[in-house]
Design a protein around this ligand. Structure first.
Ligand code: SF4
Length: 212
């Protein structure tokens, strides 16, 4: 956090988290088609050597292997943000895997028509483990309520060799008020379990705005 980074955001996601903060890549996917060469050329406009490939779900984007290979060839540090439901062996320095808890099930959106599918697809321990085994990793959980902690604990205990310092708990919320309220108790949970607290710095700095 705090490292100036360029973000490449792919559109399209197999999940439909109820609190998704990038609807324009999931519930209502939008975007332009760009070639890998065009993306690499655009990145050259930024002084940073850190690139975050995110989504949506970048592992389902056409050309993701080629994009990550191109970033590697050009010497970028690559962080791959994924929900951990699809595995592909792509060039990556840090796999930032965000397994989805039951608090993400969209019962309350569009009459709940995505709830069953989302719940069926949202957690793939084998995929998470594969990412952990092939690059540096962090596991980032979005926390909304106290019951979520038992789910995090069960997932972490089901995986092999998880370093608690690489488990990040992030409060759910898109306003400072929500984040402050949830963050206050979440910090205490992190202290108890040896997990890391993960603020939403972009919300604090820029608000809930597209492009930040
Ligand atoms: S996995 Fe990410 S992009 Fe997909 S619906 Fe959930 S929060 Fe949105």
């Amino acid at each position: 956090m705090g490292v100036p980074s360029a973000f490449v955001r792919t559109t399209g996601c197999p999940l439909r988290c109820v609190w998704c903060d990038s609807d324009y890549t999931s519930w209502h996917p939008q975007g332009e088609t760009r070639t890998v060469a065009q993306i690499l050329s655009r990145l050259a406009d930024f002084p940073t050597r850190h690139v975050v490939v995110t989504g949506g779900e970048p592992l389902i984007a056409a050309g993701i292997e080629e994009l990550c290979a191109g970033l590697r060839t050009q010497g970028y540090h690559i962080t791959l943000e994924t929900a951990g439901v699809v595995f592909k062996e792509v060039a990556c320095d840090l796999a930032s895997v965000s397994p989805k808890l039951s608090n993400s099930i969209p019962f309350a959106r569009e009459g709940g028509r995505w709830a069953e599918r989302h719940n069926r697809l949202r957690l793939r321990l084998d995929v998470i483990q594969a990412f952990m085994d092939c690059s540096d990793y962090q596991l980032k959980f979005v926390i909304e309520r106290a019951e979520d902690i038992a789910e995090v604990r069960a997932i972490v205990d089901s995986l092999h060799g998880v370093d608690p310092a690489k488990v990040l708990l992030m409060p759910q919320g898109t306003t400072r008020e929500e984040l402050d309220r949830r963050g206050a108790w979440l910090v205490e949970v992190c202290k108890q379990h040896g997990f890391r607290y993960c603020p939403r710095l972009h919300i604090e700095l820029f608000g809930n705005r597209r492009g930040t």
